[in-house]
Write a protein that binds this ligand. Sequence first.
Ligand code: CUK
Ligand code: CUA
Length: 630
Amino acid sequence: ETPDLEDADDLSLELAGLNLGRRDFVKAGMAVGAAGALAGCAGLPGGGNADDSNGSAPGHAVAPGEHDEYYGFWSAGHSGEIRIVGVPSMRELMRIPVFNYEAARGYGYDDGTRRMLEDAGGYTWGDSHHPNLSETDGKYDGKYLFVNDKANGRVARVNRRYFETDAITNVPNVQAVHGCCVQSPDTDYLFANSEFRVPLPNDGRDVNDPGKYASVFTALDPESMDVLWQVEVDGNLDIVDTDKDGRWAIASAYNDEEGVEVEGMTRDDRDYVKAFDVPAIQGAVDAGEFEEVNGVPVVDGTRESALNEGDDPIVRYIPTPKSPHCVEVTPDGTYAMVAGKLSPTVSIIDIERLASEPDPAKTIVGQPKVGLGPLHTTFDDRGQAYTSLFIDSQVVKWDIETAVNSPKGSEDAILGKIDVHYNPGHIQAVQAMSTEPTGDWLVALNKLSKDRFLPVGPIHPDNDQLIYIGEDAADETGGMELVADEPVYPEPHDAIFAHRDKIEPATVWDPADYEGEKEYVTEDKARIDRVDDSTVHVYASSKRSEYGPREFSVREGDEVTLTVTNVEGSRDIIHGLAIPEYDVNLALAPKDTREVTFTADRPGVYWIYCTYFCSALHLEMRSRMIVEPR
Ligand code: CUK
Ligand code: CUA
């Protein structure tokens, strides 16, 4: 099958001014199609495609009962969640709902999570793109995971012990948060890029004056999740990453033209990457040099103000080829890699020069030509970079120092290319976002799967491909070997991996963690409290295979709050609590307590039952809610 390169990619290439004719597209499409056809007879265990293989990759299968070496945390795009995938097996282990309502975990159904979602704007979905693990001294500390919501301008935090979302901040003055990263080497700040430019504040003024729209760079406190300050800049901010010394946050950006339609947004040949001098910005905020908008201190970081600040602006504007998309900093903190779909190059920014070089253009110390549609770059532990090529449907491996020492536009640094299927967005190698890359596995998150799996109707899964990068070789792929195809539910954008030793999940809740918020209801404390004529509070316990109380009565129209504890201490003994026709659905891990409030507006008998298959008497694990007519 020939990928439909005629439409979407044709446009981007035309815009890129690459002057490739339609014939070149068809040829490229046929080459991809042929590789796909070959894969069918390759017969690698795990469904891999052997046509690029040099045969040195270790197996990726993890035997029954064995554990994976790495945790992978995947974003999930407009599914709004985080998914946990074992690497190298690529088995999906769990999902963590974040911006979405999710029934299996009762997320958004109990009062606590429902209130959190309502306080964060009341949206029923989000678009999660960039998962980040908190760091101490440049290493993942397993404390928090953060992720953005591109759709509604929010950021969320997932708690390390319970693998649950524990905070969502609806960021003021932004419409879409795209880039999101933690500060290195210590997570003192969480950064969020607003992508869509809107009037500040967006209250109906300046709607017809796009020149006055703005996007802002936001800093949050990772502990309180409060917004600390924002910096207004020119252009649409895209992705962000930081150096490894706590000074610079570097953001890609497009649409310096400030257009509102695609032709206008891509008119000029260059855009400006923004390097934010974080301590200098914090200093400006502390000195009161800001304007307050919707309760947030907003510092002026526009290009005009940067020019006025002479040699030492708080935001440096670095000219790059148009529409740069990625920013990824090398594990040693030396360089920031910037690439955009519309130029075939990666621009290498020397981070040390950001402070010393008066001409921002001279901070770019290398610009290898890597292929068509470069989107994201990742790293191994041997000074090599890997860049996804969206249009070429390839991953290219290249040597960083060779690229710095070669003329701009040269291909000297390229070590090899491997076909992926098809159209990769992010690629990530294990621990490449920290100072400890392991250089063994890389995942290409391919946007299209096309012919790789049994057809399942017109909406296809994405295809995440596992590539072994532990071996360097002087062959076509530079030693890269494709070992697995993994269909994934739409639409992860990015992933981050941590060695299993860095993550310590709880297996049972510690009731001390919710003391004072919710009562731990032991069996002898199960009771029905009538608060007043129209309010009832039911305290219930649950264990194999009964609820206490075994029945309770309320009156029609009562507001009922149900507080339920799972008193079991055994790992993996989870109970559910569902009430038919009342839309009540709780999931209770061992020693956890959840609350739900609803109005008992229909008289009758309602069988409360357990949704998690917990014992041989699971079906009998029931209680009755009797709603008496008034
Ligand atoms: S983005 Cu999707 S492929 Cu949101 Cu990180 Cu680049
Ligand atoms: Cu408890 Cu099933």
